[in-house]
Design a protein around this ligand. Structure first.
Ligand SMILES: Cc1ncc(COP(=O)(O)OP(=O)(O)O)c(N)n1
Ligand SMILES: Cc1ncsc1CCOP(=O)(O)O
Ligand SMILES: [Mg+2]
Length: 227
């Protein structure tokens, strides 16, 4: 998949697991998010009450089927074996997960996302074959217990200024109100858990957030052309 396609998929990126879906069930939330226009879905089944075994597999397959029906890529967090077993479109791994170069060998040309927190982690992830980098937490988050320290949007500027040109997605505490500043700082999209899974109206929240991302990307491109 080329970088332009990856950048498109990163624009409105839903990260979701059953643990994040308290107001409603995961299927209802994913359906509403897809109808609102999410461009990529990551299945992240993690935390104290996370599903396991057959229940986890069933939910992964159900969400995958919803994504396939909408032509939205579906990727798995951490679990490369699961991704291969169900023929997912890719995986997302972090610095404490399986080595990125080994994962690239195992998954072939599926999408590989890698979390990075510094310029050197980013450079190494790219050398190892990452298609995109997940950067954050940009803002405080209550969705990840072992989150890295908050990085702010400055990390996105720093990566771009240091020659990291691969697709980047910001993650961590991103809301409708904050989406534009993440894109202005250099991200190609926003990856979101709670602002979507805990929204009163998931469909409308995604529509509005995606529109903010799209408008800000267009403004950024226009202002770059003027320089
Ligand atoms: C898009 C995206 N970016 C970053 C992460 C975090 O990955 P990781 O650091 O491996 O932490 P866990 O999500 O595995 O707890 C992500 N999942 N997605
Ligand atoms: C998985 C992950 N990685 C860094 S922050 C985070 C959690 C993002 O969740 P939220 O959008 O609710 O802050
Ligand atoms: Mg991980």
């Amino acid at each position: 998949m080329n970088q332009d396609q990856i950048r498109h998929y990163l624009q409105m990126y839903l990260v979701v697991g059953s643990v994040n879906c308290k107001a409603s069930d995961p299927i209802t939330i994913v359906k509403a998010a897809l109808s609102g226009g999410v461009t990529l879905v990551q299945f992240r089944e993690k935390g104290a009450d996370a599903l396991q075994g057959a229940d986890l597999l069933r939910l992964a397959l159900q969400i995958q089927a919803l994504c396939r029906a909408e032509g939205v890529p579906f990727i798995i967090n951490d679990d490369v074996d699961l991704a291969l077993e169900i023929d997912a479109d890719g995986v997302h791994i972090g610095q404490d997960d399986e080595n990125a170069a080994e994962v690239r060998d195992r998954i072939g040309d599926r999408i590989l996302g890698v979390s990075a927190h510094t310029v050197s982690e980013a450079r190494l992830a790219v050398q190892h074959g990452a298609d995109y980098l997940g950067i954050g937490p940009i803002y405080p988050t209550h969705s990840k217990d072992d989150a890295h320290e908050v990085q702010g949007t400055a990390i996105l500027c720093e990566l771009r200024e240091n020659g990291i040109h691969v697709p980047l997605v910001g993650i961590g505490g991103i809301t409708e109100e904050r989406a534009a500043e993440v894109i202005k700082a250099g991200a190609d999209g926003v990856a979101v858990i709670s602002a979507i899974t805990e929204a009163k109206d998931v469909h409308e929240t995604v529509v509005r957030m995606k529109s903010k991302v799209g408008n800000t990307l267009r403004e950024r491109i226009t202002s770059q052309r003027l320089i």
